[in-house]
Design a protein around this ligand. Structure first.
Ligand SMILES: [Fe+2]
Ligand SMILES: [Fe+2]
Length: 299
């Protein structure tokens, strides 16, 4: 586990790798480099908020697991990963199976459920810390001595639908997950911890007011974002981390600082760094990794 210094505990967050598959040598090489920098930079925990691959093949997922193992990072207390829509929904497959006369909604839901179960099983060591398998939501509490950190992971990928979710890119945190997080035992477990919510979908997207943008917005939005925000407020979350909308940005929602970890696929040299101090304050900044191995801080 990382060490607490006067400067606090550092977390690294990035998102949306969109690797083409297990043979994406260039992408995996860049990821290898970034992991090295994060370790050099003293990051105690690494959070990746989904869209790891542009394929939904578990055989591909193993390449990130292998890389993390090689770097000595494949453990519950070093890394947290949530899936994105590109990890769980195969659009071509959905469209092929779709039959307008016999929509068979149940099978769409079952396919997503099966893929999510496989994700939770394949990454079980970093979800539960052992061989047991757990689904979403799940919580990690990491004790660094003066700082106790709690991560609350919610799956926001919801099934493809020809009308309601035509690109498979809309998000929703289902009722069962929200209900589970309102259980009094959760709030009790998080007491005295610095709480961070971790999801894939963006809390906020364009919202430009331009009709063309709005037409695009709804295909990517997190449908019940207000409900998700309410549960995060209930749990006294200080930060909400996400990806999906490929833009490095930070903004506030309902008193919670929200950070979009942007897209590794567009900029593999930038990540979100959060430093949590023993006095309960925190600092957030996007760090640009320099070409020579050094890096420059950037607000
Ligand atoms: Fe993405
Ligand atoms: Fe996404």
């Amino acid at each position: 586990m990382g060490q607490l210094t006067d400067k606090g505990i550092k977390l690294a967050h990035f998102s949306d790798l969109h690797l083409s598959g297990r043979k994406d040598r260039k992408g995996l090489g860049r990821l290898d480099t970034l992991f090295s920098v994060l370790v050099e930079n003293g990051c105690s925990h690494i959070i990746i908020t989904g869209d790891l691959y542009n394929s939904t093949e578990p055989e591909d997922w193993a390449s990130i697991r292998n890389l993390l193992e090689k770097k000595g990072l494949y453990s519950w207390d070093r890394v947290t990963i949530v899936p994105g829509n590109h990890d769980l929904i195969n659009l071509e497959e959905e469209m092929r199976f779709y039959n307008v006369l016999n929509p068979d909604n149940g099978s769409r839901v079952r396919r997503l459920r099966r893929k999510l179960d496989t994700f939770c099983s394949d990454f079980r060591e970093i979800i539960t810390g052992d061989e047991s398998v757990a689904g979403f939501p799940y919580i990690k509490t990491l004790d660094y001595g003066d700082v106790s950190l709690a991560l609350v992971m919610v799956n926001t990928v919801f099934p493809w639908h020809n009308i309601d979710n035509p690109l498979g890119a809309r998000g929703r945190a289902d009722k069962a997950q929200l209900k589970a997080l309102y259980d009094p035992s959760v709030k009790k477990a998080l007491r005295n911890s610095f709480v961070i919510g971790v999801i894939h979908h963006a809390y906020r997207i364009y919202e430009t007011g331009v009709l063309l943008d709005q037409a695009f917005d709804w295909t990517m939005e997190l449908k019940n974002r207000k409900n998700l925000l309410a549960v995060m407020q209930h749990l006294d979350a200080r930060l909400l981390l996400h990806g999906h909308f490929h833009r490095f940005q930070t903004y506030s929602a309902g008193g919670i600082q929200v950070v979009n970890g942007g897209s590794f696929s567009l900029n593999h040299r930038r990540y979100n760094q959060v430093t949590i101090k023993a006095n309960g304050t925190f600092e957030q900044r996007f760090v640009d990794v320099g070409g020579g191995g050094g890096f420059v801080n950037r607000e």
